[in-house]
Design a protein around this ligand. Sequence first.
Ligand SMILES: C=CC1=C(C)c2cc3[nH]c(cc4nc(cc5[nH]c(cc1n2)c(C)c5CCC(=O)O)C(CCC(=O)O)=C4C)c(C)c3C=C
Ligand SMILES: [Fe+2]
Length: 343
Amino acid sequence: MKGVLLVNLGSPDSPTAKDVKPYLDEFLMDERVIDVPLWLRNIIVRGIILRNRPKKSAEAYKKIWWEEGSPLVVISERFTEKVQSKTDIPIALGMRYGSITIKNALQELKNKGVDEVLLVPLYPHYAMSSFETVVVKTMEEKAAYFPDMKITTLPAFYKNPDYIKILSESIQRELKDFEYDHVLFSYHGIPERHIKKSDPTKFHCKIDGSCCSTNSVAHNTCYRHQCFKMTELVKKELALSEDKVSLSFQSRLPNDPWLKPYTDFEFERFPKEGKKKLAVITPAFVADCLETLEEIAMEGKSQFQEAGGNDYKHIPCLNDSDEWVGLMAKWIKDWQADETLPA
Ligand SMILES: C=CC1=C(C)c2cc3[nH]c(cc4nc(cc5[nH]c(cc1n2)c(C)c5CCC(=O)O)C(CCC(=O)O)=C4C)c(C)c3C=C
Ligand SMILES: [Fe+2]
């Protein structure tokens, strides 16, 4: 019997330093996130980052926490329930980090008689620190506990025409009542080094833009290319003018060069260039979370306005909207019927 495993990143159990610390430990000790040898990762994460960050992150989580829990988790649960109501095969939700585990979700599916699973990493783009680590962890759990399960992975959907359409339509609805000078597509950042590591050809990605327009198998795993491509497709779908749209990367850690331009630098730059009414979309995320609600909707607004900006709007993620639920249900039904996966 077929079933579906949806996986997102996960959140701490509560917005306290006590719960944020083990969550960050699991997250940052992932070799696909802080990709240095174990001994060095131990020093960086446990010796340096985890000394102060849990307290600081807990304060940020407190600002966005809902009565029902972490927005990322609550939205993902609502999404799962809604998709379940539109399909007739079991759907389970797992998180890569934290207490809602991939193992338990696979067990839930197994208990319902599922032996063929469609794994859906809830990330539109491929990055070793998001999509890849979900796939690797799921395959490790399968090998250890569910060796007879067959698992198929839904590919990154950053250029899927149906996804681009519903994303564009949701942006259009939000922009209808907002007069803007500029629309910023702010994607989660990753270290530049990760782009090179994920390049199977080992020479295609230059990280200067010169490579993105030359067709290459490297694009299948190039986060930077996929962010540029998605921006282009949405821009075209909405007929946004070239000079009113740009892209940037947010949420970096203070180490190494990360993908540029940096979102916080853009917030400072725009008002100086006369761009004082800014709309920001965060299309690396399917669900609103700490990085969109606190960093962009709250902190970003302050940074932009302190730099001289006026009107500011964060456009929500697709979350559990009918359009996104409907599209996911369609992808599941297509796979259920004849193994078709979205391109
Ligand atoms: C969109 C996909 C994501 C990628 C790629 C990604 C890479 C990445 N992230 C960190 C460090 C942190 N990210 C944090 C929060 C966070 N990250 C994503 C998504 C991606 N991260 C989400 C959805 C969230 C929010 C989770 C929530 O509970 O709402 C955090 C924790 C919060 C904080 O302390 O700021 C860290 C740390 C790295 C190092 C990285 C790639 C190397
Ligand atoms: Fe992150």
